[in-house]
Design a protein. Structure first.
Length: 254
């Protein structure tokens, strides 16, 4: 494993910019569809008079399927162009294990974050102001299941995001990065992992696993409560998963 640092003239080739553009389009559409699903589902709860502190099963299922299916679709669409990261945590993990240059990963992350803001702006543009409801921004303060746990819920939320992202990135490495993995099934496996993580994580942290997904709504709605959890948790989880897979499974012959 060799971490590749620094920008070189070849890093700005047409192929690189095509990959960056693919990450922008894929991430922007994923964030738009994901956050819009949250806004629409919350609006439906208001219309039906539901007021529980824990999201009802219908809300969880709708949002989980929207995120999981959207992620699978855009990973499949961009896999042959950029590798189908659609997530700064995945780009971080790839750079950490030498699967891509740090400079290229930085371009990917910049495109992903810009796309997330653009996707959230599109949601804001099409949803009536009174129904925006935070534009799908993440936060653990309003979620009762973590109350009185580590760090008044913040520590527990951080641990949840670490675990959820570990699961996601482990599957990414096992299917999309491992040469002996079932690469043709990678988008399906990755999308299903996002879906299952959401089924468990929505009532706990909102199930980010993706700093871009949290960053876009936070910027546009100006909601920053507990935002650090949605960066630190995914990066730690992704880093641990990448290193475990790299040294335990990818180097298994040695």
């Amino acid at each position: 494993m060799a971490i590749q640092l620094g920008f070189q003239p070849g890093d700005f080739s047409l192929k690189t910019w095509r990959a960056v553009a693919a990450e922008f389009i894929g991430t922007g559409l994923f964030v738009f569809l994901g956050t819009a699903s949250v806004v629409v589902a919350r609006a439906n709860l208001i219309e039906t008079g539901a007021s529980s502190g824990i999201p009802p099963a219908g809300f969880i299922i709708a949002v989980a399927f929207a995120h999981g299916l959207a992620f699978a679709v855009f990973v499949a669409a961009t896999a042959k162009i950029s590798g189908g990261h659609i997530n700064p945590a995945v780009s971080f993990a790839a750079a950490l294990t030498g699967k891509m240059k740090v400079s290229t990963a930085a371009l990917y992350v910049a495109a992903q974050l810009a796309a997330a803001v653009f996707g959230s702006l599109l949601v804001k543009a099409v949803i009536a102001g009174p129904m925006e409801l935070g534009l799908g921004a993440h936060g653990v303060g309003s979620l009762t299941l973590l109350e009185d746990q580590v760090g008044d819920g913040a520590g527990a939320g951080l641990l949840v995001e670490i675990i959820l992202t570990f699961a996601l990135v482990f599957v990414v490495f096992a299917t999309a990065i491992d040469p002996k993995g079932l690469g043709h099934l990678a988008p399906v496996a990755i999308g299903l992992t996002v879906l299952v993580d959401h089924l468990v994580g929505i009532p706990l942290t909102g199930a980010s696993m993706n700093p871009a997904r949290s960053f876009g709504p936070a910027v546009v709605a100006n909601i920053w409560d507990d935002h650090w959890i949605y960066w630190l948790g995914p990066l730690i989880g992704a880093g641990i998963a990448a290193l475990v897979y790299e040294f335990v499974f990818l180097n298994r012959e040695e």
